[in-house]
Structures are given as structure tokens and as C-alpha cells.
Design a protein around this ligand. Structure first.
Ligand SMILES: Nc1ncnc2c1ncn2[C@@H]1O[C@H](COP(=O)(O)OP(=O)(O)O)[C@@H](O)[C@H]1O
Ligand SMILES: [Mg+2]
Length: 159
């Protein structure tokens, strides 16, 4: 599914709409150039899970774990072995996980995941979000998100 986001707030609201559709052990594998909005999406997802305002860009941290939420930035990881060496198995099992620069550690990620490609669009504040499922369960999640977005259930940002 391809979604057009016209602001960082909208990207966060799209992510927040995805949050209630996910369960512990679900993983969103994000790729896309610097500044495309991966961290922004992770923040929106965290907010959708009720973790308001805690997610910073983990530039110098490879992984941050919050209750029920794991945020990984694989930018500085060079191999799948380096990802496995972080020893995140337990957190991956018990949390909803988002991974930035997922292509750096592709083979180490579970097959049961959603792939999210974020791309710049010609308009300055617009991004294209391409969400792809690999399994029936994933396809169900994507359909449910499409319904949620189509029915205008994007909640307004907090004042
Ligand atoms: N539609 C949009 N979605 C997400 N971010 C946007 C959008 N439009 C502009 N931006 C800006 O782009 C930047 C995205 O930064 P960030 O989320 O850190 O990207 P990444 O983690 O992919 O490097 C932020 O400064 C954000 O305000
Ligand atoms: Mg980032």
C-alpha cells in the first residue's frame, strides 16, 4: 500500500493508526534516505502505543527499549552478525519493534514483518510511504490500516 504524507504530523498520525493493529513480536522494517521520516514514523508509533514524547533519534544508540516497544537504528551496523550480537531476542519477542535502515541487517530480521519504504516526493513536506506485507497476517494489518486511513480515523494531533 502506498500512502502520501504531506507533513511530519501526518506521518506520525499514520504510524499512530498502525499502532493498535500490531501485537508484541510484530516488526516494521523501515528503509529510505536520511530525512525521509523513519524516526518520525517511529515516534508516531510510540505515541500510538501511549509512549508520548519519549522516542529520540537513536543516532548514537543502536537500540532503545521502552515498555512493549523497541526502536532499532541499524545505520551503523555493518552485518547481520552485528545485529544478532546485540542480543535483542527477548525484546523482539515481547515488543512491537521498528527498525531504521533495516536493509543493513535484512537477513537477521524475522520473515513475519512489515516492510516500510519511505521516499521523498517533489513537494518539500511530502513523503511517500510504501507498506508491504509478507504474510497473510501482515496483509490483514495493511488492509486494516487502509480502512482506518480511508475512514478518516486519523486522530488530530494533541494541541
Ligand atoms: N511528510 C513528512 N513526513 C515525515 N517527515 C517530514 C515530512 N515532511 C517533512 N518532514 C521532515 O523531515 C525530517 C524527517 O526526519 P527523520 O524522521 O529524522 O528522518 P530519518 O529518520 O528517515 O532520517 C524531519 O525534519 C521532518 O520534520
Ligand atoms: Mg532516523
Amino acid at each position: 500500500m502506498r500512502i502520501e504524507s504531506t507533513s511530519s504530523g501526518m506521518t506520525k498520525r499514520i504510524a499512530a493508526a498502525l499502532a493498535p493493529l500490531l501485537s508484541p513480536s510484530d516488526l516494521v522494517a523501515m528503509d529510505g534516505p536520511l530525512g525521509a521520516g523513519k524516526t518520525c514514523f517511529a515516534q508516531g508509533l510510540a505515541e500510538g502505543l501511549g509512549l508520548c514524547g519519549v522516542v529520540a533519534s537513536p543516532s548514537f544508540v543502536l537500540a532503545r527499549h521502552y515498555p512493549g516497544f523497541l526502536h532499532v537504528d541499524a545505520y551503523r551496523l555493518a552485518s547481520e552478525e552485528e545485529f544478532l550480537a546485540l542480543g535483542l531476542e527477548e525484546q523482539l519477542r515481547s515488543s512491537i519493534t521498528v527498525v531504521e535502515w533495516a536493509s543493513h541487517v535484512n537477513g537477521a530480521l524475522p520473515e513475519e514483518r512489515l516492510d516500510l519504504r519511505l521516499e521523498y516526493a517533489p513537494a518539500e513536506e511530502t513523503r511517500f510511504l510504501e507498506l508491504t506485507a509478507r504474510t497473510d497476517r501482515g496483509r490483514g494489518i495493511v488492509r486494516a490500516l487502509a480502512d482506518a486511513l480511508g475512514q478518516g480515523r486519523l486522530t488530530e494531533p494533541a494541541p
